[in-house]
Design a protein around this ligand. Structure first.
Ligand SMILES: Cc1ncc(C[n+]2csc(CCOP(=O)(O)OP(=O)(O)O)c2C)c(N)n1
Length: 324
């Protein structure tokens, strides 16, 4: 593992802050959702923080991301505002989609977050569309599409990679490979699960298989892919191995063995990053404790803001509906 001292100090602290923001937001989201404070479904990103943060730290505000049903972490990493996000999760008018999207379709165009998505594999064609628009407009923007290992067996994955490769589109396809697709162990339906990045060969583009629990490795791999994309050299596929802490959705039965979960939890991306920073004297335990507290307070304020925000009015239900 590379020394953190070789990296820009500001980058190291942004990596840490980004991961902590997702961790505290999602732990709180899990708690308030299970307490019955919100409607619908919610899938949290706990455990996978290093992927969204490592990837998005390479992006500019006008770059785009597409996301999945597990989208809160991506939105936070792209600069999502806690209050607008909690407002949305509570279905309030102060939410980033005015309370109409909830968790599964949360979006914020002002930060280039084109949307979480309830349809598995559907972020990829949207990313290709955004990439094509960049090509037509002749800008230097890029798109990062996040999706799970389960989504790599959807037709949309293959169609999207083929089109992005053929047109040299500036899209980085990032697989969040937690080895599970709801209650299906993905290895039982996919022979190349470990090295899903090798599927890039079929489309003539570069592919990487990396440790998605190491924010530095994710950052550096996506950095290369973003450089290629901005230089007009086309897409890259990045397979990040990771572990999700909770069951598929909040309230779901977890199909995994408790011993396996505990073993995986002992390699937590954030804890290991804190240990690395402490070992290299880049942070003190006191500062770590203060950071956890500071970020939890921001989340708590966002929850209070959302709880006190108005619900949409029934008579406004047809507003912003484009088709009848
Ligand atoms: C087209 C489609 N098929 C099935 C589902 C039901 N479904 C929701 S999430 C999911 C599993 C997705 O697994 P993966 O892509 O690996 O993402 P993860 O949940 O592991 O982050 C499935 C099958 C769906 N929402 N959309």
């Amino acid at each position: 593992m590379e020394s953190l001292k070789k990296l820009d100090k500001n980058l190291v602290s942004r990596m840490y802050e980004g991961m902590l923001k997702i961790r505290h937001f999602e732990e709180t989201q899990s708690r308030v959702f299970r307490a019955g404070e919100q409607e619908g479904f919610t899938h949290v990103y706990l455990g996978e923080e290093a992927i969204a943060v490592g990837a998005c730290l390479n992006l500019n505000p006008d770059d785009f991301i597409t996301s999945t049903h597990r989208g809160h972490g991506h939105m936070i990493a792209k600069g999502g505002d806690f209050k607008k996000m909690m407002g949305e999760l509570y279905g309030r008018t102060t939410g980033s989609c005015l309370g109409r999207s909830g968790s599964l379709h949360i979006a914020d165009r002002s930060i280039g977050m084109l949307g979480a998505n309830g349809i598995v594999g559907d972020g990829n064609p949207i990313a290709v569309g955004a990439g094509y628009s960049i090509l037509l407009r002749g800008t230097k923007q890029v798109v990062v599409s996040f999706f799970g290992d389960g989504a790599t067996n959807q037709g949309t994955f293959h169609e999207s990679l083929n089109m992005a490769a053929s047109f040299n589109l500036p899209v980085i396809f990032v697989i969040e490979n937690n080895g599970l697709s709801c209650g299906t162990i993905t290895a039982s339906v996919c022979k190349v699960l470990e090295n899903l990045g090798d599927r890039s060969v079929a489309y003539g583009i570069p592919g990487e298989n990396i440790d998605g629990m190491d924010v530095v490795e994710v950052y550096q791999t996506v950095e290369k892919a973003v450089d290629r994309a901005r230089a007009g050299q086309g897409p890259t596929l990045v397979n990040c191995k990771t572990f999700r802490h909770h069951g598929h959705f909040e309230g779901d039965i977890d199909i995994r063995d408790e011993a396996d979960i505990n073993e995986a939890l002992s390699h937590d991306a954030i804890k290991e990053f804190e240990e690395r920073m402490l070992k290299e004297c880049l942070i003190t335990q006191q500062k770590i404790d203060e950071e956890h507290k500071r970020i939890q307070q921001l989340v708590d304020e966002a929850v209070e803001f959302a709880r006190n925000s108005p619900l949409p009015k029934p008579e406004d239900a047809m507003k912003f509906v484009y088709a009848e």
